[in-house]
Structure formats: structure tokens, C-alpha cells
Design a protein around this ligand. Structure first.
Ligand code: SME
Length: 160
């Protein structure tokens, strides 16, 4: 496996995801360590898509706890009922937030974060982790992100 990533910056968002997803699959195939795979997944997403912050929060110790991420330092623990991540956890569905200021209870880890998408990885009815992707631009996420990131979460779910 080549430990490098090829995603042309001039491609459309959809083309970038189409180039990126098979590479993430190749990068993680044959590796059984969850943290190693998630680390490469978030690094590949940040590098390939150029978003401001990409990381996961694990469901552990009765709350959401920061895991591998790429980007500025972030809050480490999020109660189940707080923020966009908490809403994703409790509703067990993708949260697409075009303007974080307009989301009641949004947790601002960085004032540079303007829009956000959070997706759950669910196994046996339980949210194992949430993937949080932040942008420093307003309204930067759409159904293209949702479609491809949900595909990526199926891969994450297969690791459990
Ligand atoms: N904004 C998130 C918190 C995590 S940081 O953005 C990295 C939330 O409201 O849950």
C-alpha cells in the first residue's frame, strides 16, 4: 500500500470524494487496529478535502471523548445532550449545520469554525463514535458531503 494520497485540488467536490474514498479503503484494508485506521481516515479527509477540522469523538465513559483528529486543538469531552455532536449521538443521524451560530447549543471549539457536518457510526443500535467535520466557511457542506461521508461511515462501522 502506498502511504500517500492523490487528490487533484482542481476537481469538483464530488470528484474529490470519488477519488478519495477508494484510497481510504485501500489505506485501511488489512489493518485491524481501530485507532490506526481512524487516524488515517481523518488525515486523508482533511488532506483530500481541505476542510478546517476533521476528527472523531468516541462514545465512552458515558460521554463523547475526543479521538484522532487533524486541525486546531479541540474540546476533549462532550456530554450526550450538548452541541452538534451530542445531537448526532442522541438522534443517531447525520447533522448538517450550514451556520453554527444558528444551531442552539453549538459548542465553539474554535471561533473560525463556521459550518459543520457530524455523522454517527452505529453498531448494534449503539453509536460507537461520531465523525465531526468543520469548515471555516459558512454553508460549506451539502448533500454531496452527506452522501459520501455516510458511505465512509459504513466503512467505519465495518471495523467494529
Ligand atoms: N462543534 C462541535 C464540537 C466539536 S468541535 O467543533 C471540534 C459541537 O457543537 O458538538
Amino acid at each position: 500500500m502506498a502511504e500517500s494520497l492523490l487528490v487533484d485540488a482542481n476537481l469538483s467536490k464530488e470528484e474529490k470524494y470519488k477519488a478519495l474514498l477508494p484510497q481510504i479503503e485501500a489505506l485501511t484494508t488489512g489493518e485491524t487496529d481501530l485507532i490506526a485506521n481512524i487516524s488515517n481516515l481523518v488525515a486523508a479527509l482533511r488532506q483530500g478535502m481541505g476542510y478546517f477540522w476533521v476528527g472523531v469523538y468516541f462514545n465512552k465513559e458515558g460521554q463523547l471523548v475526543l479521538g484522532p483528529f487533524q486541525g486546531p486543538v479541540a474540546c476533549t469531552r462532550i456530554p450526550y445532550h450538548k452541541g452538534v455532536c451530542g445531537a448526532c449521538y442522541t438522534q443517531q443521524k447525520t447533522m448538517l449545520v450550514p451556520d453554527v451560530e444558528a444551531f442552539p447549543g453549538h459548542i465553539a471549539c474554535s471561533s473560525d469554525s463556521k459550518s459543520e457536518i457530524v455523522l454517527p457510526a452505529i453498531k448494534d443500535g449503539e453509536v460507537k463514535l461520531v465523525l465531526d467535520v468543520d469548515s471555516d466557511k459558512l454553508n460549506d457542506f451539502d448533500e454531496v458531503d452527506q452522501q459520501y461521508l455516510e458511505q465512509l461511515m459504513k466503512l467505519v462501522e465495518s471495523w467494529y
